[in-house]
Design a protein around this ligand. Structure first.
Ligand code: DP6
Length: 311
């Protein structure tokens, strides 16, 4: 075919985390999760006709045997079949790759949208979400902006394990990105969650925590109760990290700078500034606060990047 315009998918930050799979092939989760979109931060991807399969990341050609290139091509193979023509994939992230800022979420969502356009599949949003999920679980949530819930589903084929947007806006909500380290992480979230499920007895309490937190987040969003949103998200993230620490070999994604940032947040709260944090499988923190508190939070974290998820 002809060249198709690039498509964009936003990254997302989970307030109630996806941690643990009931099916590792299909990326079917043990618990439902809820995220907030990072709006303008994400991945742009374009597919075009080519003489050979080629993957370009941020303007540079990726070696064919590279793990990233193989994952991308394997995902395309699901749709074009083994006899499919070669393609060029150009993908650009405006977020640091593999720094705990979930570029795999926006990456597979953008790739799914690019595949849908390039092969003229015209899949409905639920199918797009289910297929993006097979690339990376959190990608199921990156098909939408705003608050998004990924419902775990109960079917074995996973076709009910899809994300849906919540019909809620919260204009005053802000996310602050606090970068502790942008180095590639030693253990990716996929291996990390599988190791946790297999080796941490503490993991047994996680599905209960996640279910309770999901309820509390829905309530907080409906009531625009920021304290409840922040408290729930922070406790959910720390509970997830507790299960990782209890795995063997242990998984501690925190760096000294991560712990220092946590103490600074708790100090800020003690001094009356309403700020909370969440963290994924990496050393960086994502701060949660409202527009009203932005100047006060900046005083504690002058270098953070601030995102307004609702524009
Ligand atoms: C801690 O979606 O990257 O960020 O499905 O194996 O690709 P795979 O995992 P991935 O895991 C994300 C885990 C998390 C929490 C979250 O985003 O919900």
């Amino acid at each position: 075919g002809e060249t198709i315009a690039p498509v964009f998918a936003p990254s997302n930050i989970a307030l109630c985390k996806y941690w643990g799979k009931r099916d590792v092939e299909l990326n079917l989760p043990i618990n439902s999760s809820l995220s907030i979109s990072l709006a303008h931060l994400g991945t742009q991807t374009r597919l075009s006709v080519s003489d050979e399969d080629a993957v370009w990341l941020n303007g540079e050609k990726v070696a064919a045997q590279d793990k990233f290139a193989r994952k991308v091509i394997a995902f395309i193979d699901l749709f074009r079949g083994p006899q499919g023509s070669p393609v060029k994939v150009e993908t650009d992230n405006n977020i640091p790759t593999a720094a705990g800022l979930a570029s795999s979420a926006s990456g597979f969502a953008a790739l799914m949208l690019a595949i849908d356009g390039f092969y003229g599949l015209k899949l409905d949003p639920q199918c797009l979400s289910a297929f993006a999920r097979m690339g990376s679980g959190s990608a199921s949530r990156s098909l939408y902006t705003g608050f998004v819930e990924w419902q775990m589903g109960v079917r074995e084929d996973g076709m009910d394990s899809i994300a849906l947007p919540l019909d809620s806006h919260w204009d005053a909500l802000r996310i602050g990105l606090v970068k502790v380290s942008v180095a590639e992480k030693a253990v990716d979230s996929r291996s990390g969650m599988n190791r946790t499920v297999e080796t941490a007895h503490l993991y047994q309490s996680w599905p209960l925590q996640a279910a309770a937190d999901l309820e509390r987040l829905h309530q907080a969003i409906a009531d625009k109760n920021f304290t409840q949103l922040g408290e729930t998200a922070e406790q959910n993230a720390l509970s997830m990290h507790a299960t990782m620490i209890a795995a063997w070999p242990p998984l501690l994604y925190w760096q000294p700078g991560s712990v220092a940032a946590m103490h600074r947040i708790w100090q800020a709260r003690a001094e009356g500034v309403e700020v909370y944090f969440t963290m994924d499988a990496g050393p960086n923190l994502k701060l949660l606060f409202t527009a009203e508190a932005e100047a006060a939070v900046k005083h504690y974290f002058p270098d953070m990047e601030v995102i307004a998820p609702f524009g």
